[in-house]
Design a protein around this ligand. Structure first.
Ligand code: SF4
Length: 527
């Protein structure tokens, strides 16, 4: 199956150099840590590894995106440190070759570790390309995250590493030899002084003294802005000006690769793969990286109708505590609210009989018991899989809830989206949310990052360190809240508590098992 076959050289026309001893030595880190992804992998891998690598990269991209949104003012170095930390957390040691590649001796093992990192990076990038090429929105998101990762790494490496990387991946950017630079340096500085360059950029260029020659046709904007010296058809580009150009080349290459793949998507799966690999790849883009929180229903003992008010005040996310409050004050909830709250209560372990008791008593002042049984009981039993098609419905995730819109009198949906700022501030203050986190939650809600707002509120209410990602499901909020409180109570009593597996953001969905072989490379065959 030609899953990832490439059509010749990369879109930017890069041709890897066959050898460059000094470059490979000084830029070792660069050559293994960064890639233009011009050549797809060609080996056969198992379906299980195929999925595992994709989900690991997805976790890195999503957590990095969330981190940048939550911390827009960090330095590039801090972002890079975070990226490396996430790669270490999600991608190190997950390749199937990691166990078999152990070699005796420190040099050999560092080589095999590096090879493994390169392999993991390459395969995971191409699997996600395959999954994210299918719609314009998916392509846009994937391209933005990959470009940002590339920009971050490329922008923070030193001159020798840049040189090594360009020699291997973008030889059209040629370092200007020292003797030639001596000749043209005054002219370069003259052009820079007369152009748009800042004093700082000029100073950096003088100190750095590293310039690259590139055909002027590749940098028409710099030429038009008179920011580069032109001589003999070459433009002399400083290292400062180089990074955006290389990032743009990377963007163009990945973007073209995604478009090509989208056009050939169906042809990439032979008929025998339509039932196996195609659905798996198609589902990757929609996969949640959130742990399965269904275990919370039994982990902390039984939940009864009587215990709900106290659980709601301590452990429910705002969307659910808001519904509980509205239900209690109005003695009624419309269908959307009943569904949102009812399925959540089922998810935290409220048995059917207790659910009927709870809803009946909440509705009682306005709705007599026999009317309740006729009008509402069927729907509650239906949610528990006891009526109709007997489907066992699960609680809504945040993405679904955030998308709910409702009219006056509706209380469902996500409060970070639906409540105005004053009402949100009052609601969070009532929950004793820390002031700084409250402001952060309001600011994230204002920017439209509702799940990050919810995570900030969780941290402010529970006084816990920052989460890696936003809240993805109300059950996650509830499970984490119960875990944090249980651990604190156990610590206060001198014991240890066991929470649900995995802290927030750590528990990516396990990769589906399977020993079938999937093709991960050009010309590879899924067996
Ligand atoms: Fe509920 Fe999710 Fe909104 Fe938090 S982000 S309030 S859990 S819908």
């Amino acid at each position: 199956m030609q899953v990832l076959a490439n059509s010749g050289a990369g879109p930017a026309g890069f041709t890897p150099l066959s050898s460059n001893a000094s470059a490979s030595k000084s830029g070792d880190r660069m050559l293994t840590d960064l890639s233009m992804y011009n050549t797809p992998p060609t080996e056969n891998i198992t379906l299980e590894e195929f999925e595992r690598l994709a989900l690991a990269r997805l976790s890195v991209l999503k957590e990095m995106e969330a981190y940048k949104l939550r911390h827009p003012n960090k330095t590039e170095k801090e972002y890079l440190d975070k990226l490396n930390q996430l790669k270490q957390k999600h991608m190190r040691g997950i390749s199937s070759s990691s166990s078999s590649s152990a070699q005796p001796g420190p040099a050999a093992s560092s080589t095999s570790l590096r090879d493994e990192d390169v392999r993991t990076d390459l395969i995971s990038h191409y699997v996600l390309r395959l999954a994210y090429c299918r719609t314009a929105d998916l392509r846009k998101w994937f391209l933005a995250q990959e470009c940002e990762m590339f920009r971050l790494k490329f922008g923070t490496y030193n001159a020798a590493e840049h040189e090594a990387f360009l020699a291997a991946h973008a030889p059209q950017y040629r370092p200007v030899p020292p003797a030639e630079l001596e000749e043209v340096m005054d002219d370069i500085l003259r052009v820079m002084r007369s152009g748009l360059e800042t004093k700082e950029a000029l100073q950096r260029a003088q100190n750095d003294r590293r310039f690259y020659k590139v055909s002027w046709t590749r940098v028409p904007e710099l030429v038009a802005q008179r920011r580069v010296l032109l001589r003999g058809g070459w433009a002399y580009v400083s290292r400062d000006a180089l990074a955006p150009l290389v990032v743009a080349e990377f963007r163009a290459g990945v973007s073209k690769g995604l478009s090509d793949m989208a056009r050939r998507w169906r042809q990439m799966f032979p008929p025998e793969e339509e039932q196996r690999l195609q659905p798996l790849v198609a589902s990757l883009a929609n996969r949640s990286l959130v742990a399965d929180y269904s275990g919370v229903a039994t982990r902390y003992g039984s939940v009864s109708a009587a215990s709900l008010p106290s659980l709601a005040s301590r452990h429910f996310p705002l969307c659910m505590s808001h519904l509980m409050t509205s239900l209690h004050s109005e003695r009624h909830l419309r269908h959307g609210g009943r569904q949102q709250l009812g399925l959540f209560l089922k998810g935290i372990g409220l048995p059917l009989e207790e659910a009927l008791l709870f809803w009946r008593s909440e509705f009682a002042p306005r709705t007599p018991g026999d009317q309740f049984d006729k009008q509402y009981a069927y729907n509650i039993r239906h949610n528990y899989g006891k009526e109709g098609k007997r489907t066992d419905y699960t609680a809504h995730r945040c993405t679904t809830i955030v998308g709910f819109s409702g009219g006056a009198g509706d209380h469902h949906g996500c409060p970070y989206r639906r409540l105005d700022e004053g009402a949100l501030r009052t609601a969070l203050s009532r929950l004793n949310c820390d002031d700084r986190k409250l402001e952060e939650a309001l600011s994230k809600a204002r920017e439209g990052h509702y799940q990050l707002a919810c995570a900030a509120a969780f941290e402010g209410i529970h006084r816990v360190p920052e989460m890696d990602v936003g809240i993805s499901t109300p059950l996650q909020y509830y499970a984490e809240s119960r875990r944090v409180c249980a651990e604190r109570e156990a610590a206060a009593n001198g014991g240890a508590a066991k929470g649900p597996a995995g802290a927030v953001g750590e528990a990516a969905e396990g990769a589906a098992g399977g020993s079938n072989t999937a093709a991960a490379g050009a010309g590879a065959t899924a067996g």
